[in-house]
Write a protein that binds this ligand. Structure first.
Ligand code: DX5
Ligand code: ZN
Length: 224
């Protein structure tokens, strides 16, 4: 993936009008970011399987599912059934991350590894090897809530990941999640992120489609 993809996160949508909100952006992007929170790994609870399955019936976007939960391996088949296309789990949450990546891939999905801002990048070195996974999600806020401010050190972490992936010849895409807005997006794109998650910057706006277009334009200009 060398082009910029914006993945709007429904965490900041109006859940009472969820499909209306999703339809307002669906012609502007190819991905939809789905945040699953369990109240254990993160101090918040969001959406889960029935909501994803329900959206799937009405939406053709690529479901980029972000599992912020302990024991993710227990639920992978269920997320596949619900309609996920990509599944990213937190490296801190699995005893056998390589086995979990294999499981996700064997079920035909792309597998991603997410890293918490407080976890040293060294922890994901094994997943930056060529072919080790499909996506590296660099969290740029502490996971759990939408609408937080971008943590400045994240840009450097993205550059670091980019450098190692390139050196290893890995084609894994770098995703970034948290605090993305029209001021922060240029730097994350320039540092090498390509699948860029944005929640409040999109769904808290009156004109959500325009918000996606604005983000995409700034990111594209920054990598030209
Ligand atoms: C936070 C979630 C994010 C969240 C981002 O833990 O993983 O996907 O929706 O929200 P914003 O873009 O508002 O920071
Ligand atoms: Zn997320």
């Amino acid at each position: 993936m060398n082009q910029i993809e914006i993945a709007p996160s429904i965490l900041s949508a109006d859940f009472g009008y969820l499909m209306r909100d999703i339809e307002s952006i669906s012609s502007e992007c190819r991905y939809l970011h789905l945040d699953v929170m369990d109240g254990h790994y993160v101090p918040n609870i969001s959406i889960g399987l029935p909501v994803i399955a329900s959206i799937r019936k009405h939406c053709d976007l690529i479901f980029d599912t972000h599992l912020m939960m302990t024991e993710p391996e227990k639920y992978i088949e269920d997320f596949v059934k619900a309609g996920s296309d990509r599944i990213t789990f937190h490296v801190e949450c699995s005893d056998d991350p390589h086995g979990l990546i294999k499981k996700i891939r064997d079920l035909g999905l792309a597998a991603g590894v997410a890293i918490h801002p407080d976890t040293p990048i060294e922890k994901i070195y094994p997943f930056l090897e060529k072919g080790a996974c499909d996506q590296i999600l660099v969290m740029s806020v502490r996971p759990g809530f939408g609408g937080q401010s971008y943590l400045e050190g994240s840009t450097q972490r993205i550059s670091h990941v980019r450098e190692i992936l390139d050196r290893n010849g890995s084609e894994a895409v770098i995703s970034v999640d948290g605090g993305i807005n029209i001021r922060t997006i240029a730097d994350v794109a320039a540092a090498g992120a390509r699948l860029i998650v944005a929640g409040s910057t999109v769904f808290k706006k009156e004109d959500k489609a325009q918000a996606v277009r604005d983000l995409k334009k700034i990111a594209e200009e920054s990598i030209r």
